[in-house]
Ligand binder design. Structure first.
Ligand SMILES: Cc1cc2nc3c(=O)[nH]c(=O)nc-3n(C[C@H](O)[C@H](O)[C@H](O)COP(=O)(O)O)c2cc1C
Length: 191
């Protein structure tokens, strides 16, 4: 059983990364393999609306010049997917949006290929926009027939400078609960 997490912050070891690591730590302690993929700050362009994925139906984006198809392969090989993003102007980063738009369209072209995988959003913010970002990322999971575990709050942590989120005890507690519930759900689905 495996969970792949995508860090959409260009700050590789920043607050989003720390929140993700807290969830993955719980998953690993409960026997689930994890992997993190850095997408923030990487070449990952938006959807060009060519709709060739609808013709090709090969589980890949027709624009094969960046890391998108590698991300798709990692999503397909995992049972659970975490999309982590800092809040940028009250929403997700462009890299996470590009991943959602392109992987989401390829999924629709291929009979909802992420159906019944478990999905979770993780959000780091300084002050505002975390709920909006959390909701926006969740749209990817819900339209893709995926299953979302809850936590004891919406999955967010607060901090501005790198590492400040470690001072948000409530945020870290949410990540722990999310990890526990994600593991529980993954094991139930696996039967
Ligand atoms: C371009 C940019 C826009 C931002 N916009 C917001 C915002 O709208 N709301 C907010 O609370 N924080 C905002 N922030 C702050 C980050 O969300 C916050 O510092 C977060 O902890 C960064 O996570 P990271 O360390 O994983 O990059 C912004 C930061 C940047 C660089």
């Amino acid at each position: 059983m495996k969970v792949v997490a995508f860090n959409g912050s260009p700050r590789k070891d920043g607050n989003t990364s720390m929140l993700i690591r807290n969830v993955l730590g719980v998953l690993e302690a409960l026997g689930i393999e994890t992997e993190t993929v850095q997408v923030g700050g990487k070449q990952l362009r938006g959807c060009v609306a060519c709709f060739r994925c609808m013709e090709n139906k090969n589980r890949h984006c027709a624009v094969d010049k960046d890391m998108l198809n590698d991300c798709i392969d990692r999503m397909l090989s995992a049972d659970g997917i975490i999309l982590g993003s800092p809040v940028y102007f009250s929403c997700m980063t462009p890299e996470i949006k590009a991943l959602i738009d392109r992987a989401g369209m390829v999924s629709r072209a291929n009979d909802m290929m992420f159906r019944r995988k478990v999905g979770a959003a993780v959000v780091a913010a300084r002050r505002a926009g975390a709920v909006h970002t959390f909701d926006s990322i969740n749209h990817f999971f819900t339209i893709g027939e995926m299953i979302i575990p809850g936590a004891n709050y919406w999955n967010m942590g607060f901090g501005r400078e790198k590492g400040e989120v470690e001072n948000d005890a409530e945020g870290l507690g949410i990540m722990k609960t999310l990890g526990e519930n994600m593991a529980w759900l993954l094991k139930k689905i696996a039967g």
